[in-house]
Design a protein around this ligand. Structure first.
Ligand SMILES: Cc1cc2nc3c(=O)[nH]c(=O)nc-3n(C[C@H](O)[C@H](O)[C@H](O)COP(=O)(O)OP(=O)(O)OC[C@H]3O[C@@H](n4cnc5c(N)ncnc54)[C@H](O)[C@@H]3O)c2cc1C
Length: 447
C-alpha cells in the first residue's frame, strides 16, 4: 500500500493488503475470482481526478465502487483500476431550500438519520448499508418510491469526473444529457459521480408496518389474492410477499405479507393497510399483527439482521412481469420447494408503476416484480442452491419483460433492463463522453 501525493492510497495486485482491500469493498461475501491490477482508495475529489488521469496515462480501465452493494460485484473486474469511493461520504443538508449534497459513499441509513433531525425525507434504499452512489444511478427503489417516484427522479444535479479527468456539473440546464444518463444507467454509467445534489421531501409523520404470515401450503391462494388486490393498493404502502424458510412467528417455511406504510397519520395508515385484514384469507393466517408504528431506521436495520445478512455468499436475480399470476403459480411453487435455507428468500412486489415518468435513462418497469436472493453461508450448499436464483429466473424468462438493475445478474443472465431507444441513446452518449471505453460497461447485455 502506498500513499501518493494527492492520488489516494494505491494498492497494487500482489501487495500484502490487496486481497483484503478488494474483497472488503463488497457486501456480497462471494469471491468473484476477478482481480483488477490496482485499487485506488480516494479521499476527496482531487484524488478521484488524479486517479482518472493516471488511468488514462497508463491505459487502464476503471471500475467504480461506492457502497459495494452490487449483488453481482460489478465493480470487481479483471485488470484495470478499481476506484474505491467509500470515503467520499459527506452529507450537507440545506433545510431551507430542501436540498442535500452528498458524496457517493454516503450510506442509505446515514442519510436517513441525518434527515430525521430536519423533519426531511429522501427515498433511500431499504437497507442501512446500501451505498447511495450505485443506488441512485440504477434508479433507486427507495422507501416510499411508489408515492414519491424513483430516487433518481429526486437527483437534481451531479458533479462528475469524466474520462479525460475534467470535473463537470450536470443539471436540467447544464449538461442535461449527463443527468439524463445518471438517472438509470446504473453500472453502465460512463463517469465518476463525486457528488449528488438531491431534492428533499417532507418527512411522513407516520411510519409503520403491517405483518401477516401464512404457512407455505397456502402459497397459491395468497399469491392469487395479492396479485388481484395489488392495483388498488395505496402508493403509500409497499405491499410485498417474502418466501422465508424461517418466517416471522412460525419459524418455518412461510409467506410473510409485509406492508410498510408511510403516511401523515396513524389513521391514514390504518385505512391504507385495512385490505390485509379484510381478506377472507385472514382466518388462514398463522400470524396477523396489528399495524405497528416503527421508525424507518429500525426497519432498515431489521432487514439487515434478518433477510440481508452480511458475510453471506449472495446470488440475486430478478424479473419484471405484466402477466397475470395464474400461469406462474406452478413456477412459484417450485421456487418455494427448492428454496435454500434462510437467509435465502424470494420477494414478490406489487409495483403498478404510474403511467408516465420524466424522460431519463431508467425506462423499464412493470406491474409486478419478482426477485430471488440466494444467500449461502458455510459450506453446506448444493449446486442447486448455488444456482437457485438464476435457474428459476431463466425458467420464468418467457413471462418477464426484463430485469431491474438493482438486482442485476447480467454477467450470468443478460436480459433487457432499459427501453431499446434509451439504451441506444445511452450508447451514443458513452461514445461521446468516454470514446476510449475507460469506464467498465455492463457485464453482459442483450443488444
Ligand atoms: C442488502 C441490499 C439491499 C438493497 N436494497 C435496495 C433497495 O431497497 N432499493 C434498490 O433500488 N436497490 C437496493 N439494493 C441494490 C443496490 O441499490 C444496488 O446494488 C446499488 O448498485 C448499490 O449501490 P452501492 O454504491 O452500494 O454499490 P456499488 O457496488 O459500489 O456500485 C454498483 C455499481 O454502480 C456504479 N457506481 C457506483 N458508484 C458510482 C459512482 N459514484 N459513479 C459512477 N458509477 C458508480 C459502478 O458501476 C458500480 O459497480 C440493495 C442491495 C443490497 C445488497
Amino acid at each position: 500500500m502506498k500513499r501518493t501525493a494527492r492520488r489516494g492510497i494505491v494498492i497494487d495486485k500482489g501487495a500484502r493488503d490487496f486481497e483484503a482491500a478488494l474483497l472488503g469493498t463488497s457486501f456480497n461475501a462471494q469471491d468473484p475470482g476477478r482481480r483488477p491490477d490496482r485499487i485506488v482508495q480516494a479521499n476527496d475529489v482531487e484524488e478521484v481526478i488524479a486517479a482518472v488521469k493516471r488511468a488514462r496515462e497508463k491505459g487502464l480501465t476503471i471500475g467504480i465502487c461506492s457502497g459495494g452493494h452490487s449483488w453481482a460485484q460489478n465493480h470487481i473486474r479483471d485488470s484495470g483500476m478499481l476506484l474505491d469511493l467509500s470515503r467520499l461520504n459527506s452529507i450537507a443538508i440545506d433545510s431551507e431550500d430542501g436540498i442535500a449534497i452528498i458524496g457517493p459513499g454516503c450510506l442509505a441509513g446515514e442519510l436517513n438519520a441525518a434527515l430525521v433531525k430536519h423533519k426531511l425525507f429522501f427515498p433511500v434504499a431499504h437497507a442501512y448499508t446500501v451505498g447511495m452512489g450505485g443506488f441512485l444511478l440504477q434508479g433507486g427503489f427507495g422507501w416510499n418510491s411508489r408515492a414519491l417516484g424513483l430516487a433518481c427522479q429526486s437527483v437534481i444535479g451531479i458533479d462528475v469526473v469524466l474520462a479525460d479527468g475534467t470535473l463537470v456539473h450536470a443539471s436540467e440546464r447544464e449538461n442535461p444529457e449527463l443527468l439524463w444518463a445518471a438517472r438509470g444507467a446504473g453500472p453502465g454509467f460512463f463517469g465518476v459521480v463525486v457528488r449528488f445534489h438531491l431534492k428533499l421531501h417532507r418527512r411522513p409523520k407516520f411510519v409503520g408496518l403491517k405483518l401477516q404470515v401464512f404457512r407455505m401450503r397456502h402459497l397459491e391462494e395468497v399469491m392469487a389474492w395479492a396479485d388481484k388486490v395489488g392495483p388498488d393498493v395505496s402508493p403509500t404502502v409497499e405491499f410485498q410477499m417474502v418466501f422465508n424458510r424461517k418466517a416471522t412467528g412460525i419459524f418455518s417455511h412461510g409467506i410473510e405479507v409485509l406492508a410498510p406504510v408511510l403516511t401523515d397519520s396513524w389513521r391514514e395508515a390504518r385505512d391504507a393497510v385495512a385490505f390485509i385484514n379484510d381478506t377472507p384469507l385472514r382466518s388462514k393466517a398463522s400470524l396477523n399483527l396489528p399495524l405497528m408504528p416503527m421508525s424507518l431506521n429500525m426497519m432498515m436495520n431489521t432487514g439487515e439482521k434478518t433477510l440481508f445478512l452480511p458475510n453471506t455468499r449472495w446470488t440475486a436475480d430478478s424479473m419484471w412481469m405484466n402477466d397475470p399470476i395464474d400461469p406462474l403459480l406452478p413456477a412459484l411453487r417450485k421456487i418455494a420447494d427448492s428454496q435454500p435455507a434462510a437467509p435465502s428468500h424470494a420477494l414478490w412486489l406489487n409495483w403498478n408503476a404510474p403511467p408516465s415518468r420524466p424522460d431519463m435513462a431508467f425506462s423499464l418497469e412493470a406491474r409486478t416484480y419478482l426477485a430471488l436472493y440466494g444467500g449461502l453461508r458455510g459450506t453446506a450448499a448444493t449446486p442447486a442452491d448455488e444456482s437457485w436464483a438464476t435457474d428459476h429466473m431463466r425458467a420464468l424468462q418467457p413471462h418477464s419483460v426484463g430485469i431491474q438493475l438493482a438486482d442485476e445478474n447480467l454477467g450470468r443472465r443478460p436480459m433487457p433492463f432499459m427501453a431499446t431507444a434509451n439504451l441506444e441513446r445511452l450508447d451514443a452518449l458513452r461514445a461521446e463522453f468516454d470514446p476510449d471505453g475507460r469506464f467498465n460497461n455492463y457485464m453482459g447485455r442483450v443488444s
